[in-house]
Design a binder for this molecule. Structure first.
Ligand SMILES: [Mn+2]
Length: 302
């Protein structure tokens, strides 16, 4: 009964922080987690709108239950602070990356666990740089429909199609769920198997133990970058570059749960949500994914 009262009091839609938490659970000082909004969109090539992603996730989260039915816990008690969004939409990609790096570094210095909301996928490289400066033995787990391994795309090395290539220059990379790439990317991949481990959808269909392969390939400290198009577009239509044949909700949750158990997840981002007007299901999906993943990471490590 007491929990119920707290739940009602905490969900105040007037407050624009993640899940609409009260001051007690959303103030910066006590929060373990900091949600950083990075509404950057400059190099998208297909459907536009991912700069609206962070706000759509926050809005959807206001309607989410604070109690987690799978984990039987109230994850928000770890404290979740939401920062003001980075004002970066007018800057060039190189400058954006540097700003994301700086603001991520600031959160890490304060001992926070950053959760970064994009925005397009190019923002991730800035965050990964900051994590690499703090964490030895860092690797990145990328969930994505696309390999994003182009060295350059449409005149920029920081196009969203180059996101994973830039990350792979910072630390080892494990990619999961891909199903679309260019011949150039395939050739690059074939000559960089020591640094990049790729488990595409065909590997997933063929190998029942693929999740173990993922865990084995990751180092002790893991940053996770989740491009929402890794999910099947029937579940997650609100993405800029949808690809058929994606992964399901429970399968991704199982993967994230096993990674959270077996490795130290030090931060993550959720990118490329491209909200569809009057169809909040995808926004809510992303908000719930974030909350569940936080539950996996912090659940049993009080
Ligand atoms: Mn993608």
């Amino acid at each position: 009964m007491e929990d119920k009262v707290i739940t009602l009091l905490s969900q105040n839609p007037a407050k624009k922080n993640f899940i609409g938490l009260d001051e007690e659970y959303s103030n910066f000082k006590k929060a373990k987690v900091v949600i950083m909004e990075v509404p950057y969109e400059r190099t998208t090539t297909y459907k536009k709108g991912t700069k609206e992603g962070p706000q759509a996730i926050i809005d959807a989260s206001l309607n989410m239950e604070l109690f987690d039915d799978e984990l039987n816990q109230e994850t928000y008690r770890i404290g979740i602070h939401t920062t003001n969004g980075l004002a970066i939409n007018d800057v060039a990609p190189e400058e954006m990356i540097e700003k994301v790096r700086l603001s991520t570094a600031e959160q890490l210095k304060a001992g926070k666990f950053p959760v970064i909301l994009g925005g397009e996928h190019s923002i991730s490289a800035g965050a990964v740089k900051a994590f690499r400066e703090v964490y030895e033995n860092l690797s990145v787990l990328q969930l994505d429909a696309h390999y994003d391994l182009r060295d350059e795309f449409r005149g920029s090395r920081y196009n969203h199609g180059c996101a994973a290539r830039r990350i792979s220059e910072i630390c080892p990379l494990v990619q999961v769920g891909m199903r679309s790439l260019s011949k150039e990317e395939k050739e690059f991949l074939n000559s960089n198997t020591a640094r990049i481990k790729s488990i595409n959808v065909y590997d997933i269909l063929d190998r029942p133990l693929w999740k173990d392969e993922v865990s084995r390939a990751l180092t002790d400290n893991v940053y996770v970058t989740i491009d929402m198009d890794v999910f099947d577009p029937s579940l997650m239509p609100a993405v800029g570059t949808p690809e058929p044949g994606g992964i399901g909700w429970y399968e991704i949750l199982e993967l994230l749960h096993s990674v959270a158990k077996e490795r130290k997840v030090v931060g993550f981002d959720v990118v490329e949500l491209c909200p569809i007007k009057d169809q909040p299901a995808s926004d809510f999906f992303a908000a719930k994914l974030i909350y569940r993943f936080l539950g996996y990471i912090f659940g049993n490590k009080k």
